[in-house]
Design a protein around this ligand. Structure first.
Ligand code: F6P
Length: 319
């Protein structure tokens, strides 16, 4: 490839900027021209494509969000929208594309790849729901934010001997709840991958209080239920008034951790090198410390396995 473009798409995540920086700097290092597409696939359709240079990505490695902006484009889901996007890239002489985003963004990249644009995907989502990589860009930062919030909640919950229900992001995937629950010692972790019985949870909660616990934290992934509903059901069962905190978009902002910046830098550079080698239609990731590239087709058709080992560990340690 002689000329590539980079875009960010879907929900943003911390570390996307570090990934954009790595793509741009790595491309220029290898003598490849590089363009930034604004607002994801919608910008591709609208021809919002601008050439970038070394300075375009200065002072962004530490910033949350994405300087390229992001969007969820309905128009790009149509064959006409996809063709328009491919045509616009070709009109700029661009033959390679790096897409940074989550599962929806991967579907779009797959379509463009089939239209002849050499495409590479980077897993950029706080959800950690992309398979064939140990972690996605943004997940580590999101988990740190949740852990920090729970530390704070714990202080006041303990003083008042109260219970807290904390709702975190993850529509189809409980990884944020699992990792932050294990790291913060939450008593209960509710995830979409594992069925649960609120009555059992409520009984365990009252038993725990009777045996000297001074607080109780229930962490629920949004895909496993609404914090308010769970708190109400607990109240109906054991009479304990659990306070609800919905962390929401706080989880998607702020400066990325060093782990997310390093992951983003490695993956951005790797994706560019793969394109230069002539590879395409791949998702890049890190598995057990090693860089890997997997067919996008396989990635979009595989469900990431839930880590039951960590889940059971959290259960054992939260008595
Ligand atoms: O996919 C990332 C994510 O943050 C999910 O965890 C969440 O369910 C969703 O995006 C929220 O999307 P938005 O607020 O952008 O509509």
């Amino acid at each position: 490839v002689k000329s590539i473009a980079v875009l960010t798409s879907g929900g943003d995540s911390q570390g996307m900027n570090a990934a954009v920086r790595a793509v741009v700097r790595s491309a220029l290092y290898h003598g490849v021209r590089v363009y930034g597409v604004q607002r994801g696939y919608q910008g591709l359709i609208n021809n919002d494509i601008n050439e970038m240079d070394l300075r375009s990505v200065g002072d962004i490695i530490q910033r949350g969000g994405t300087i390229l902006q992001t969007a969820r484009s309905k128009e790009f889901m149509t064959p006409e929208g996809q063709q328009q996007g491919a045509d616009n890239l070709r009109a700029h002489g661009i033959d390679g594309l790096v897409v940074i985003g989550g599962d929806g963004s991967y579907q779009g990249a797959n379509k463009l790849n089939k239209l002849g644009i050499k495409t590479m995907c980077l897993p950029g989502t706080i959800d950690n729901d992309i398979p064939f990589t140990d972690f996605t860009i943004g997940f580590d930062t999101a988990v740190s934010i949740v852990v920090d919030a729970i530390n704070k909640l714990r202080d006041t919950m303990t003083s008042h001997e109260r219970s807290s229900v904390v709702e975190v992001m993850g529509r189809h995937c409980g990884e944020i709840a699992l990792y932050s629950g294990l790291a913060s010692g939450a008593e209960t972790i509710l995830v979409p991958e594992v069925t649960y019985d609120v009555n059992e949870i409520a009984t365990r909660m009252s038993d725990n209080f009777a045996h000297g616990k001074r607080h109780s934290i229930i962490l629920v992934a949004e895909g496993a239920g609404k914090g308010d509903d769970i708190a109400r059901q607990i109240m109906e069962h054991n009479g304990i008034d659990a306070r609800v905190t919905v962390l929401g978009h706080i989880q998607r902002g702020g400066t990325p951790t060093h782990s997310d910046r390093i992951l983003a830098s490695r993956l951005g550079d790797f994706a560019v090198r793969k394109l230069i080698e002539g590879d395409s239609g791949k998702s890049v990731g890190v598995v057990k410390g090693e860089l890997v590239a997997t067919d996008i087709d396989l990635v979009v058709n595989t469900k990431r396995p839930f880590n039951m080992e960590l889940y059971n560990l959290a259960l054992r340690l939260s008595q």
